[in-house]
Each structure stands twice: as structure tokens, then as C-alpha cells.
Write a protein that binds this ligand. Sequence first.
Ligand code: F6P
Length: 525
Amino acid sequence: MLDFRPELNAIWAQLQITAADTPEIAALFQQEPQRVSDLTLEAAGLRVDLSKNKVSQQQLKLLLEFAAQSPLSYHRSALFEGKPINSSENRAVLHPALRDFGEITALTSGYRDTVYEQRARMLTAAEQIRSGEWLGHTGKPITDIINIGIGGSDLGPKLVYEALREFRHNTLTVHFISNVDGAEIYSLLKTLNPETTLVAIASKTFTTQETLLNAKTALAWLRQGLDIEQVEASSHVVALTASAANAVSYGVAPERVLPFEEWVGGRYSLWSSIGFGIACAVGGEAFSELLQGAHALDKHFAEAPLDQNIPVLMALIGIWNINFLGYPTQAVIPYCERLGLLSAYLQQLDMESNGKSTLRDNTRANTATGPIVWGQTGTNGQHAFFQLMHQGTHTIPVEFIGALQDTLSDATHHRTLLVNMIAQASALMSGKPAPDGEAYRDYPGDKPSTMILIEQLTPASLGALIALYEHKVFVQGSLWGINSFDQWGVELGKKLTNELLPKEADLKAFDESTRALMGLVNTRL
Ligand SMILES: O=P(O)(O)OC[C@H]1O[C@](O)(CO)[C@@H](O)[C@@H]1O
């Protein structure tokens, strides 16, 4: 895999020099009369206006030259060709294959057959549940599914389930349990009937502590409620996993294991059988539309030249903000309450992928890497943290997301919502000087933002939006010289938890504060 140190490329130094002279965003509109049309791009049903970023077209050109001299194009082809770009684990990263409909020619037919077969198997199971054909132990159809999973086995399906509320089956409910916090699962179980509940254990590895403990609790509840000993093997349990052998030795009936491949990264897995809860809720047709939307964006990313490529341009602007303007965070503000989980989803996608300081070549990074991603919906955020964005001492680049139409709303509400979004972006950029003696009313402006518009929130536009972010994160990782597809940072905490869990654990190796805290916990539990 091609190693890369961004700061060793000659253009990096040029970018540093030019960044110091970046004009105010408002001035860029004066200097570049075509700025809005030049910097507004459309693909896969997304319209992305980059013009309110604090970067001149000349600087953007330089960023594009930098990208052209980097291994990005190689990595992009390698992604679609199934090369092992996850170098630390020597694995391909083929989530685009999960939504391939035969058009991205670089994908080999070997992958395609497996994907089609696994997808058909998952959609068939989902359809049996939707139609009432899938019966529980006492002969009743399923009304509730508990998706037990965490991280990528939870965030993606939960985001899509919430976002596609409008398309959901009207008598089937999917519940998402991720946290090991027992208050969650016990509260949920009190509301459900075991006779009509299906537990979907969603875990790529089938070894994740939180998921296995929650599954144990749910299965004990099923066992007691249904009075069956081998509840794991009953029609109340399915496994969504890349480790079919682990699921089978856990006791899940092999025909109820819905597999996916090792080369699907956890945070890229909603398109695989991890999306079972989505498919049960919205059906096979809408699930396919979700995949097709993502595929349309894949095609754009794979084929568009770098200067017309939306994920590439968004990634470059992100790098510009982080590395050259010194803005370390990225706010994502959807003006759509159904996208309320987007920032949580993107936190894993982005921060687990690029929150790293070791490069592919095993050396330390000398540049800043992945941003701190955060956000919530507008207009709610306007009444919370927007104060800091307008007048605080930090500059926070924003990605605004809005839908031009919403069939669940009405014209008055929806116009008000969209106008709020546009007004905020304008206020952040243009600002307003304070009247004399009233400095507290000063709006300095010059705060960058990107505006992503879709026509309507549909399975296809949602698929495209998520794929856009996947590729943006991938491009940034490539340009920083990072392997975006492992997550070693989460391992140490897991290991220490396992060491501390036994009551008789030897605490000698731990610091005094940890020993005192564990001493306290040990007196209670
Ligand atoms: O699907 P699994 O194997 O249970 O893993 C859950 C999550 O845990 C992680 O490995 C680490 O947090 C994520 O990358 C993954 O999505």
C-alpha cells in the first residue's frame, strides 16, 4: 500500500504560506464572480454548495494539485478493486461491493456472487417477518425486533431506521439496544411480549462484550417467557455476523445466521446483513433503493475527476480547515429531525477511522488528522451552541444538510425550517459589526460552511448522503497517510475492563485513583 507523508509534499508548504493570506469569505464572493456556480456540484441527487468556505478557488486548485500528487487515485482504485487497503489487518474494504448493481466494473464477479447471495438471504428473512410468515415458538407472528449490537452494528441501522420513519411497516417495531447499561434492556423487555419478539444479535465478530451480555439478558428473558431451554436455536433468535462459526457455537441455528464477509468494516456494515432491522422495517424494495442511492454516489466518487468529485472536494476543504486554518472541529447540522442520529453515526465513521496519529508506514503523524465531529439538528442547535459559533473564540466549520421538500411536514413549517438554515449560514459568513459601544452585539462572521441539499429524504437520498461521508473520510485518511480502516485505539480500554471485571482482580499494576474507584465499586457490586 502506498505510504504518504503529507507534509513532505512540496505543495503542503505552499498551502501553508497561502493560507496565511486567505481573504475573508465575503471578499471571496467579490473577487470570484462565478464562485457559487463554480463551487456548487451535483451528483446522486445531492446538491453541494461549497462556496461559503474560507478558501479561494486558487487555493482549492493547489489543494487539488496536492491530491493529484498523493496516492489518492491509487487508493480509490484499490478500494473498488478489493485490494487489502486495510494494511494493518491485511484486509480489503469492500463496502461499495455491498451496493454494487453490476456497474462498477472493477469489482470482481467473485465478490458480487457472495454479496448477492447474502443479500437475498437477508431480504428473504426480512420479508418472512414483514409478511407474518415467520412464526414464533407459540405460532404467533413477530411484532418486535430487538437489534442488539454496538458501534457499527447499531449506529448505522438505527440512523436509517429513524430517518426512514415514513417508509416503515406499520405494525412492526425495531428496538435498538447497544449500551451495556442494564437499565436500557430491562426497561425495554418490560414492554415486550416474548412470544412475538425476535432478538437479532448484530456483531461482526460475535465477541463484543456489551453485545454478548445484552444478548444473554434478552435470551434469558425469552427462555423464561417461552419456557424453552434451547432458545438460542429457536425462531426468536437470528445472528447478523461475519463470524458464522461463533454464532453457531453460541447456539444460533445455522439457517438463522445471516452472514456478511470479513471485508466489510464494522462502521461500513449497514449495507450488509447488519441492515436486517432496516430491511424488516422498510422492506426489500426500499432497502434496495438505499443501496442504489449509495451506489450512485460510489459511481460518482469512482469516476468523477478530482476537481468535480464531491467527496474529494469536501475532504480537501476539511483538510484545509484543520491543517491550514487551524479549525479542529467539524459540526454537522441537519435541518431535519429524522436525521437527529447523523452526528452520532458520523462520530464513529469519522473519528474511529481517522482519529489516529500513526501513519500507514508506522511512523508518527506530523500533521493534525481527523476532526472532532459533533452536532445536532437545527433549529434546536440554534438555541443551544450556535451562540458560540457566532460569537465564541473558536471557528467551527459547519456542514448544513437540508431537504427541499418534506411530505411529513407542511409548507409553512418546512419553509420556516429551511429559511432558518439558510439564514444561519449567511449570518455565520457575513456577520454584522456592532453599533458603537455595544461590542457584545458584534458578529465577526467569516465562519465557513457547506450546504448539502437533497430534494427529499428518501432511501436513495439517504444512501447517497451516507456514502458521501464514507468517501470523504476515506479521502482524508488517504491524504493524511492514515489507514482509515482499523481501530486499535479502542482495544486498550476493552483489555483493562476485562482485567478489572473479576472481583478478585489484582489491582497492583493500576494507579492509585483507579484502585480507589475500583475499591468503591467492589463494595457495591
Ligand atoms: O460488530 P462487533 O464485532 O460487535 O463490533 C462492534 C464495534 O466495536 C468496534 O470494533 C470498536 O468499537 C467497532 O469498530 C465495531 O463497529
